[in-house]
Write a protein that binds this ligand. Structure first.
Ligand code: F6R
Length: 366
């Protein structure tokens, strides 16, 4: 059932090219230059009249929501707020009929997210679900939705759910961008083409596995790790840190790279690995100067760079190359080596990768 892989997590990491493709299949029609999503189309008026979108989710799904915030605002110019479902439901939030609430949940059973959906409905919002499990509670409670087609995710650490959630939300943002006129048809076509290329880029990228495994050997005894990213890749830094702590039990924190100087830089010494996402399109020069600051404090740098990078290669202790892509879709690539890094470190530390201590696949308690 693990298809020859040692763990479900590794199998699910490797399933991502297919999962992403399954998620956009039948929805992304490049030849016709359209995106077809019934849940969006049937409610287009509501989306076009929305004052804002509020995304509610937990854990990894919340990280996908943060990536979506950047994508929705950039593509469709709709204000987006992203909130932990647990906070949203307990703080008497201001919600009106002109709000759209998007609930993101792999399992569709997360108690806090389900409660947030019910609250938003009571307050009159239109509630849209992005779930993986068909017929799950959140899928049933929402007014409309779009499934990710990741297939069953068994490993407790979420991997393919994250990339397929970003895929669905990107499709939605693109569709709304066209409907609102915030994106020209030529740019829209370019993005369709770019999104369609992602599965093969992920496939190609998976060949870094052995290289990442080698790097992992050097850091398996670390007690702390810092993850840095900017823009679209700031949430990927958060997600990388979450993956490491939940399966390897190493303390890790994700930060927006520019926040480093406001505190976390104090942590850096020669025993601190810092994983930096430094792709060519996302504020590259700024991130390079962050890397120099880490280096001068003797931090160990593992950098995720775009193929062909030369500058970071000279400074970093290790580089992991990813194929070039549009910046907005780069999280679909940068997240892959971070999944592999936490996987290998956890395996080498003899941790139960698929069923980490104290965690459950769907958190149906509050
Ligand atoms: C992280 C992880 C959890 C879940 C969270 C939400 O790897 O597995 O943080 O992402 O419990 O779960 P869903 O998406 O099922 O609502």
């Amino acid at each position: 059932e693990k298809g020859g892989y040692e763990h479900f997590m590794l199998k699910e990491i490797y399933e991502q090219p297919r999962a992403i493709q399954d998620t956009y299949r039948g929805r992304l029609l490049r030849d016709e230059a359209i995106i077809k999503m019934a849940g969006v189309e049937d409610n287009m008026k509501k989306f076009l009249n929305a004052d804002r979108i509020i995304i509610v989710a937990c854990g990894t799904s919340w990280h996908a929501g943060l990536v979506a915030e950047y994508i929705f605002e950039e593509f469709s110019r709709i204000p987006v707020e992203v909130e932990y479902a647990s906070e949203f439901r307990y703080r008497n939030p201001i919600i009106t009929e002109k709000d759209i609430v998007i609930a993101i949940s792999q399992s569709g059973e997360t108690a806090d997210t389900l409660a947030a959906v019910k609250l938003a409905k009571e307050k009159g919002a239109f509630v849209f679900g992005v779930c993986n499990v068909v017929g799950s509670s959140i899928a049933r409670e929402t007014h409309a939705g779009a499934y990710t087609h990741a297939g069953p995710e068994i490993g407790v650490a979420s991997t393919k759910a994250f990339t397929t959630q970003i895929t669905v939300l990107s499709l939605m943002a693109l569709r709304l961008a066209r409907a609102k006129g915030t994106m020209s048809s030529s740019v829209f076509r370019m993005y369709l083409q770019e999104l369609e290329l992602i599965p093969q880029k992920v496939e190609q990228l998976l060949s870094v596995n052995e290289h990442v495994k080698e790097i992992s050997k050097k850091y398996l005894l670390s007690t702390n790790c810092l993850y840095l990213g900017r823009g679209y890749n700031f949430p990927v830094a958060l997600e990388g840190a979450l993956k490491l702590k939940e399966i390897s039990y190493i303390h890790a924190e994700g930060y927006p790279a520019a926040e480093m100087k406001h505190g976390p830089i104090a942590l850096i010494d020669d025993r601190m690995p810092v994983i930096v996402i430094a792709t060519s399109k996302g504020h590259y020069e700024k991130v390079v100067s962050n890397i120099q600051e880490i280096k001068s404090r003797k931090g160990k740098i593992i950098a995720i760079v775009t193929e062909g990078d030369t500058t970071v290669k000279e400074i970093a202790d290790h580089v992991i190359e990813i194929p070039d892509s549009e910046e907005a879709f780069s999280p679909l690539l940068t997240t892959i080596p971070l999944q592999l890094l936490s996987y290998h470190i956890a395996v080498m530390r003899n941790c139960n990768v698929d069923q980490p201590r104290n965690l459950a696949k769907s958190v149906t308690v509050e």
